[in-house]
Design a protein around this ligand. Sequence first.
Ligand SMILES: [Zn+2]
Ligand SMILES: [Zn+2]
Length: 253
Amino acid sequence: MFRELLHAALDLAFPPRQVCPLCGVDSPKGAVCSECAALLAGYANERACPCCGSYPGSGNSGVNLIYPGHPVLCPDCRSGRPFELARAVGPYEEPLRDAVHQLKYYRTRGLARPMAVLMAETFRSEAAYSGTRGLVPVPLHPARERWRGFNQAVLLARALGEITGVPVLERAVARIRETPPQTGLTRYERLRNLEEAFRVQKSEQITGKIITIVDDVFTTGSTVSILSQQLRQAGATGVMVLTFAIARQTGRS
Ligand SMILES: [Zn+2]
Ligand SMILES: [Zn+2]
């Protein structure tokens, strides 16, 4: 509570700058600038994986050779996913990557709202999300959250909840095991690390509902896959994923 009051006071003393939330150029009312808006529109025209929404990397056109004109499932989705669908505002590269870094590492909490505004557009443009009855931010281990001072997924989910009116189930799932950094590990090692990382502690909030998991970045999808399985075991009737950015397919294992 004190923290929140402090941040409100800081916002009054140092009002958020009128800049584009993605690239930081001066922009009236802090709206997305025209250059970034054009980039976002361009992503919508890329052939993304119809299941996880990831964009093809270099050397992969995403063109379906058997059914030209139809999108093709990415390698990870071909072997099956425990969630129905995942979408992001755009690929994890400039300028979206900058916004994620500003929020997460430079602790620019004020960015959560404009980022969630963009996520809300994605949420509303995909009919599959319309049945969502609860938003579940990917939890951080309490030790990690204390160290960072906040969980960026929670900040995004709260703002998204305010915009869309969907309840945020912040305490439904807990992270009970700290997972070591996942970079440089194979897919199998990552999955093994993530097993038993989460525990649904309020299954009554989950049972019988379509849940949308919220996070900042979808990298390989291992984290949200494990969480999806746990939510299904707790009785969720459907699990969707919404992140701010998603890694391109190249280099994903
Ligand atoms: Zn911009
Ligand atoms: Zn996919």
